[in-house]
Design a protein around this ligand. Structure first.
Ligand code: FAD
Ligand code: NAI
Length: 472
């Protein structure tokens, strides 16, 4: 057993939570190591999540636009064909560039990158089974940060083979466009990956248990508009529908479904089924039992406000604990955890974490939904502005969607902002700042926005909240 000199911090997991925590800790002068077993840094997000999915979303959108939305723009293109292999190669290139970039950042900041599986032995020791070679490494440390992330929740009775029955990991790497794809779960993964394969030519049906799509956190009005727009693009939806069972023993996959309102059953057939019913915390082989650290009923590691477990020197961040499973949320926590260790204080404003779904149009939001505000009993005002009345959206021939503001009726403080429209993911940054700084809708309404930009719709929705919009 090779024993290293003592570290100040050992981070287990090299995803957005773990790698950011490691870099920040090193920047704060702490002797830091980061243990990652995947063979590449960047975690789920860079390797099989955010980055590859966005590469496919971008390039499938360009393909779809050139094929179906181009001649009325005065551009004639003949013989548009898909080279799926090349599209996948472009995706892999982006992933490789970004994951190796983190290795460089580690070197620049003096973080030791330990390739292998980390197991907590006791409060001050992490044992690593290296990826290469057989000799275990023992890392002695004053602090441990757990950032082991999450994995796809399986669907009982349907075995994942990542070919015919896939999670998002298989869905970003299919070798050919399926004729028929059924997506179980109309949340963010289902709608993003469903969009990719629908644009590339698959007949996609999304089966969602609840009455609305979008997963947790999407405002009900926006979810309805999203469903209408995606339906127009050719995706079929079966909401309020439960998948009872699946059979993948034949050539394709057969699913038995049930309408939850009238209990009517039906069968769906597909070449590929994407299971996208949520993700669950991942703690396999981590050795939590060696230190008596507890999880809740959903497998999330239990922590206090300062990310501490029952051992004050073992902290937990990202998907493996409470809160939204988002890369930027994990990153904020990574920084805060490193600061707690180094300085004794840190902070994340959970009320100002944006969510973005990268379909076309994009859907983005921050703060509370109208349903949440209503439930809180607060009196509120809603202001909306449609992109149909925005000059830039009109010149872009891309007018689907709207901006919706919710503000406190008494103080005009912005409580929530919800956008569906092209570029919503970039535009929401202004909403996050507004909420972070406690802005009123009038603050935004009186702020000049460049003309002609899509962001004028943002200003006009604020105008509609505290008074009246000019252009609608
Ligand atoms: P992870 O990224 O899961 O990283 C954990 C790492 O720990 C893994 O690399 C794992 O190999 C390693 N590990 C686990 N156990 C051990 C061990 N014992 N020893 C050593 N290493 C270990 N979020 C967004 O914000 N935007 C998006 O657009 C987005 N798109 C997504 C698309 C898909 C298809 C998926 C699946 C997810 C997406 N997410 C997105 C969510 C995002 O990927 C996660 O929220 C984020 O990766 C969480 O970061 P993390 O550091 O907590 O965990
Ligand atoms: P999700 O929680 O967003 O959605 C899952 C959906 O499946 C829900 O609508 C749920 O009602 C439905 N569902 C659950 N069980 C079902 C069943 N048996 N039959 C039919 N429907 C069922 O989870 P998803 O889409 O798997 O994504 C996991 C997480 O990954 C998300 O919560 C998100 O945090 C993260 N992610 C973020 C992205 C982004 O930020 N753009 C992109 C992709 C993933």
């Amino acid at each position: 057993l090779a024993t290293e000199t003592e570290h100040d911090v050992v981070v287990i997991g090299g995803g957005p939570g773990g790698y950011v925590a490691a870099i920040k800790a090193a920047q704060l002068g702490l002797k830091t190591a980061c243990v990652e077993k995947r063979g590449a840094l960047g975690g789920t997000c860079l390797n099989v999540g955010c980055i590859p999915s966005k590469s496919l979303l971008n390039n499938s959108h360009i393909y779809h636009q050139i094929k179906h939305d181009i001649s009325h723009r005065g551009i004639e293109v003949d013989n548009v064909t898909l080279n799926l292999q090349q599209m996948m190669a472009a995706k892999d290139k982006s992933v490789k560039g970004l994951t190796s970039g983190i290795e460089t950042l580690f070197k620049q900041n003096g973080v030791q990158y330990v390739k292998g599986t980390g197991t907590i032995v006791n409060e001050n020791e992490v044992k690593v089974q290296p990826l290469e070679g057989s000799e275990e490494i023992s890392l002695k440390t004053k602090n441990i940060i757990i950032a082991t992330g999450s994995e796809a929740t399986p669907f009982k009775g349907l075995e994942i083979d990542e070919k015919k029955v896939v999670t998002s990991t298989g869905a970003i790497a299919l070798e050919k466009v399926p004729k028929k794809m059924v997506v179980i779960g109309g949340g963010i993964i289902g709608l993003e990956m469903g969009s990719v394969w629908s644009r590339l030519g698959a007949e996609v049906t999304v089966v969602e248990f609840l009455g609305a799509i979008g997963g947790p956190g999407m405002d009900a009005d926006i979810a309805k508009t999203t469903q209408r727009i995606l339906q127009k693009q050719g995706i079929k939806f079966k909401t309020a529908t439960k998948v009872l069972s699946g059979d993948a023993s034949g050539e394709g996959v057969k699913l038995e479904i049930e309408n939850v309102k009238n209990q009517k059953t039906d069968t769906l057939e597909a070449d590929v089924v994407l299971v996208a019913i949520g993700r669950r915390p991942y703690t396999e082989g981590l050795g939590l039992e060696n230190v008596g650290i507890e999880k809740d009923e959903r497998g999330r590691i239990i922590i206090d406000q300062e990310y501490r477990t029952k051992h004050s020197n073992i902290r937990v961040i990202g998907d493996v604990t409470f809160g939204a499973m988002l890369a930027h949320k994990a990153e904020e926590e990574g920084i805060a955890a490193a600061e707690y260790i180094s300085k004794g204080y840190g902070h994340v404003n959970y009320g100002a974490i944006p969510s973005v779904m990268y379909t076309h149009p994009e859907v983005a939001w921050v703060g509370q939904t109208e349903q949440e505000v209503k439930q809180s009993g607060k009196e509120y005002v809603v202001g909306t502005f449609p992109f149909l009345a925005n000059s830039r959206a009109k010149t872009n021939l891309d007018t689907d969607g709207l901006v919706k503001f919710i503000a406190d009726k008494e103080t005009d403080r912005v409580l929530g902002i919800h956008i569906i429209g092209a570029g919503a993911g970039e535009m929401i940054a202004e909403g996050v700042l507004a909420i972070e700084y406690g802005a009123s809708s009038e603050d935004i309404a009186r702020t000049s926005h460049a003309h002609p930009t899509l962001s004028e719709a943002f200003k006009e929705a604020a105008m509609a909240t505290c008074g009246k919009a000019i252009h609608a």
